[in-house]
Design a protein around this ligand. Structure first.
Ligand code: URP
Ligand code: ZN
Ligand code: ZN
Length: 464
């Protein structure tokens, strides 16, 4: 199969120039000007930007959580991702208690196979570090291309592990070249505050945020980084939401430590005020960490500008409000609202807002949505750039296209959108995965099962 993308403005994290891209059997084999090569598919990209497809390194598809299952599976979730210009994702497989890590790896492979429409990899969530699990960390990293491991400092009884477990996992990555991704919130403090709030009769969704102070995230972030420093390894903080936590990452990086972090669009565009919406509406925004006071947004944008934050992912973890009534599980008790919100489809369009409003330039846009995630998680240069030898994963982006975000029109299998009604300017015209046009002006052209599992490389992150 061959594809020629003609006359676009090619943008990478480093370059911008007008050119043509020839993709043969899924791989870019030629980039030049005025290429006149016969191709089975020709995409006219004139007037458009041609960027590496988005890479979302934090998704939860088909995940059992909070007494229910995240609403998108690998078919609906990857179709939605493709519509939004994302061509690769890295999802989280979850270790079962009492088992090593391989059953979870095999289980998540089964969930994705035959369903995924874009390429995908997996991180592994480690819930207990038995000898078997420790052994499997090595094996997954060295043989299966699963090179990153999420640990939780929150959710006692569900995911939370103690400092000794974290430290032992970090030491494992020192030996095998893997990377620990940390959910950094102080679970003990939060759980105590939650019980206290419930005792006082506070059951509304906003108490989810009020019982998860920014200090609990800041403290855990600092502790995670200190543990990684003592183990002598890099660490990656997931879904960083606030200035308190960012300060810890900044301090560490100023000291020259390999501390990295991602934030997500919800922390850049939404705020605590969303919990004050009438009735049970605030449940739409129940996620962890929670949305923060608005002033934190400026600090996060600054973090992205200065590379104290390297990646923007989504933490896509959708639960329906009513059809089916998943969020309603917490109608009378905020602590029972399943944590998470949808975003796999809107990440690139929302982040383009940062370019339009002058917060980041187009190169930084490519970096934080594609190149740095690829470099961070062993996907580069196969993914994350437009170069000869890289996969033909491209988003042909129309900076003039306006989209009104709505649950009526989105492709995520969830009955609300946290950004309902928001108009964004700048959206994908075409999306290509390994040279195949999978989205053409809002029409999906791919098919379930065409996505490949991608084995990732271990080793120190390639991000500065
Ligand atoms: O609320 C969230 N973030 N749900 C997904 C699980 C996690 O901690 O990433
Ligand atoms: Zn998390
Ligand atoms: Zn998550």
């Amino acid at each position: 199969m061959s594809t020629l993308v003609k006359n676009g403005t090619i943008v990478t994290a480093a370059d911008r120039y007008v050119g043509d891209i020839f993709i043969d059997n899924g791989v870019i084999t030629l980039i030049g000007q005025g290429l006149n090569i016969p191709a089975e598919t020709v995409v006219d990209a004139s007037g458009k930007l041609v960027m590496p497809g988005g890479i979302d390194v934090h998704t939860h598809l088909d995940m059992p959580f909070g007494g229910t299952q995240s609403a998108d599976d690998f078919e609906t979730g990857t179709i939605a991702a493709a519509h939004g210009g994302t061509t690769t994702l890295v999802d989280f497989a979850i270790q079962n208690f009492g088992e090593g890590l391989y059953p979870a790896y095999e289980g998540w492979m089964q969930k994705a196979e035959g369903r995924a429409c874009i390429d995908y990899g997996f991180h592994m969530i480690v819930r207990e570090l038995s000898d078997q699990a420790a052994h499997d960390m090595d094996k997954l990293t060295r043989h299966e291309g699963i090179t990153s491991f999420k640990l939780f400092m929150a959710y006692p009884g569900v995911f939370m592990v103690d400092d000794a477990t974290i430290f032992r996992a970090l030491l494992k990555t020192r030996d095998n070249g893997g990377l620990v991704c940390m959910h950094a919130e102080n679970g003990g403090v939060i759980d105590t505050l939650v019980q206290e709030a419930l005792r006082q009769g506070h059951t509304a969704p906003k108490y989810h945020a009020l019982t998860r102070p920014t200090r609990a995230e800041g403290e855990a972030t600092g502790r995670a980084i200190a543990l990684a420093e003592m183990a002598g390894v890099p660490i990656y903080i997931v879904h960083l939401s606030c200035s308190d936590a960012l300060e810890k990452v900044k301090q560490a990086r100023d000291m020259g430590l390999p501390a990295y972090a991602e934030t997500c669009p919800q922390y850049l565009f939404l705020s605590y005020e969303d919990y004050e919406r009438p009735g049970f509406e605030g449940a739409k925004y129940v996620m962890s960490p929670p949305l923060r006071e608005k002033w934190n947004q400026e600090a996060l944008w600054k973090g992205l500008q200065k590379n104290d934050l390297q990646v923007v992912s989504t933490d896509h973890c959708p639960f329906c409000m009513n059809e089916p009534p998943q969020k309603q599980l917490g109608k009378h008790d905020f602590s029972k609202i399943p944590n998470g919100a949808p975003g796999i489809e809107t990440r690139m369009m929302l982040m383009w807002d940062g370019v339009r409003t002058g917060k980041i330039d187009v190169f930084r846009f490519v970096e934080i949505t594609s190149t740095s995630p690829a470099k961070m998680f062993g996907l580069w240069p196969k993914k994350g750039t437009v170069a000869v030898g890289s996969d033909g994963d491209l988003v042909v982006f129309d900076p003039e296209r306006e989209v009104q975000i709505s649950a009526q029109t989105h492709h995520m299998r969830v009955d609300y959108n946290p950004y309902e009604g928001r108009v964004v300017k700048g959206a994908p015209a075409f999306v290509l995965s390994r040279g195949e046009v999978i989205v053409d002006h809002g029409t999906f052209k791919g098919r379930p099962g065409r996505g490949h599992f991608v084995k990732r490389q271990a080793g120190r992150p390639l991000v500065p």
